[in-house]
Structures are given as structure tokens and as C-alpha cells.
Design a binder for this molecule. Structure first.
Ligand SMILES: Nc1ncnc2c1ncn2[C@@H]1O[C@H](COP(=O)(O)OP(=O)(O)OP(=O)(O)O)[C@@H](O)[C@H]1O
Length: 80
């Protein structure tokens, strides 16, 4: 990304309970860390703001299933 200067995509796939959500959070943390360390007025970095958005959808869109106690019952598209 840095060398080419163009946007790239990461596709995270797998069966329920494989770890897509946890893996995506690690991806987001890395990308936000590498590109978003500008301190904002209230003292929170862009990195912190991006990561703080993670619980919003699961709060209403997750459910317990036989494969995963905290299964995302929705698809997710994230653009950073
Ligand atoms: N990298 C990890 N480190 C520790 N635990 C993990 C990791 N990845 C997955 N897990 C464990 O597996 C569980 C299921 O992971 P996750 O919710 O990310 O799966 P998923 O692929 O998003 O499932 P679904 O499609 O049902 O939403 C987590 O609650 C956690 O307990």
C-alpha cells in the first residue's frame, strides 16, 4: 500500500466460529496504527476512534449459536 500508493482490499472468509471477527479487529488495529496516529483535539487518536466503533454492530447483530457464542449474524464491509 505504502510503496504502490493505491488502496488494497483484504477479504476475510471462513465458516462460523473460524475467527473472522477477531482477525478483522487485528487487521483494523494494524491499519489504523500505521496510518492514523494523528492526535485529535480531545486527545483520542484516529486509531482509537476506529477501534471504538467495533462494538456498535455486534451490540444488536450478534447471537449465540451452536458454533459460536458470539456469532455475527450480518455481513460486514469496512473501509478505512
Ligand atoms: N485470534 C484469536 N484469539 C483468541 N481467540 C480467538 C481468536 N479468533 C477467534 N477466537 C475465538 O473464537 C471465537 C469465534 O471467533 P469469531 O467470533 O471471530 O468468529 P467468526 O468467524 O466471526 O464467527 P461468525 O461467522 O459466527 O460470526 C471467539 O469468540 C474467540 O473465543
Amino acid at each position: 500500500m505504502i510503496i504502490e500508493g493505491i488502496s488494497q482490499s483484504i477479504l476475510v472468509s471462513g465458516e462460523s466460529g473460524a475467527g473472522k471477527t477477531e482477525s478483522t479487529k487485528l487487521h483494523m488495529r494494524y491499519v489504523a496504527y500505521m496510518g492514523g496516529r494523528t492526535t485529535v483535539a480531545e486527545g483520542r487518536t484516529v486509531e482509537q476512534k476506529v477501534l471504538e466503533s467495533n462494538p456498535v454492530l455486534p451490540a444488536s447483530g450478534n447471537a449465540k449459536t451452536v458454533r459460536n457464542n458470539n456469532s455475527s449474524r450480518f455481513g460486514k464491509f469496512v473501509e478505512i
